[in-house]
Design a binder for this molecule. Sequence first.
Ligand code: PEP
Ligand code: MG
Length: 598
Amino acid sequence: MAGPKPKRAVLTGVPASPGYAIGPAYLLHPEERVVKKRVIPPEKAEQEVARLKRALEKAHKEILGVKTRISGDVGEYEARIFDTHMMMLQDSEIVDVVIKDIRDHHYNAEYAYSDRINALAEKFESLSGGFLKDHMSDLRDVGTRVIDILMLSENNLSYLDVPEPVIVMSRNLTPSVLSQFNRKNTLGLTTEVGGKTSHVSILARSLEIPAVSGVSWQGVDLEPGQTVIVDGTMGLVIINPTLRDIKEYEVKKAAFFANQSELSTLRDLEPVTTDGKYIELSANIELPIEVETVLQYGADSVGLYRSEFLFLTREDMPSEEEQYQAYKYMGERMSPRAVTIRTMDAGGDKLVPALKMAGELNPYMGWRSIRVCLDNREIFKIQLRAVLRASAFSNIRLMFPMISNLWEIRETKKILDEVRKELDGAGTAYNPRMEIGCMIEVPSAVVMADEIAREVDFFSIGTNDLIQFTLAVDRANERIAELFEPNSPAVWRQIKRVIEVSRVHGIQVCVCGEMAGDPLAAIVLIGMGIDELSMGPGMLLEMKKLIRSVSFEEARALSESVLRLITANEITELLRSRYVAKLAALGISKFPVTRAPG
Ligand code: PEP
Ligand code: MG
């Protein structure tokens, strides 16, 4: 006889990537994962031991983070349980045996670890009492965490071979792991951790996977394979939907796709306002292959290629030749249109395994981005050489991230000059006039924009980081997602200033942060005089439709009104009252950054 019907549950999270998906749940969680036993080559045993030790260190940092949070929210006493977890991580009865198993039997680390946890669990289950018996669930929890980290480590793809179309439900998914998913079989995605501008959400939008973040299915009646609906537009997840839910969402999904195909008729039209101002529309991409989608959507250029994704999914560094081939491929496919290659922006939520980047307590403000490149000049020079060589064949622009002072951009240009000289010496071709740009995403760079503008050919405003640094709101923290406020007057005034400085110096200015793809924000940006908007490919056609329906004059007047307002709520209200009805009439339904209209 069939068991009781699983209970319907509606979970609310952060709308991370628009669209709708219906399918079976795939719980990316070690309890449901099969830990496969592998025998590794004996000479790789020490590497495997090192991988285990890194995972244990990472688990320690994670637990410490949770402990701090619980101490603050609930109390010191309740948080003490995490001391036990940390002790278990170091317990020689576990660690020494696992290391011995790896060395003697050449087992993979996750198998050796899970085997040890299972053996201990069995042993203590049969006892009548005692410390470990009382802490069985803690032991399992620690085991789960370590195995989770090991299985999500960059070179372990075994569990990513999802054989059929599913809704992936994850705890803490890294951008590098998501970039390796089989796109065709990933219908939708939910994550427990992350906000709208965390890189997993950005990547989900780029890959056009409907996604909701900040969703936990703990305590919900959910088994692998049960049906789930992901509503990435509104930020809802429905577990065990009713037939009525499914019908309703089938209709929404069909309307979404119909809208997409209607939009495709705009592909070859120009992004010009009704009074004739051309706004360059470009795409942000994370993977070279995405240029095919960019071409399909008729973008003017690639405004941001996040090159660090080449470095995230492997234990070693990509060689100069590998990088050169990737850059050349994008340049040639897009030619004569430009491809803006941003140098490796590692750190934050994008850890590069080969750099052994430890999880930091404050990673977004830590050893990140241009700082890492300036500290690793040989690695940096390899990337610059590859970009310069690719520039010989197509329209490639080079851009530097997270510049926070004049010295950094000058030092970076010095290194670029050294590389140019080396290429000259070797008789290697490159474009000597390749444009050089700088991201403006740190408030100190806004203050110093006038001086920085003298050093570069273009500016690209990274609003994701600019907002987090201006408002001191971690962009990847779902607990404070509501505080991540693009409409803060402090943000708008900085953007206006950067555009003005660009005008004075006669250099091009783009916005490549997520605000560029937000219809309401984009009208204001256009009114402020932005030259180029660069966004996830999925937003390009709707944005073109919007641009073709507004006049520059109207946008300019709107931007002036925005600059006169002094609170984020007033600005949001103004934009909604003027434009939400118009957007609905145009069939523009994606609101990736500002809160969904209510
Ligand atoms: C930004 O910060 O706005 C940006 C475009 O860069 P990233 O999102 O990769 O940090
Ligand atoms: Mg940034």
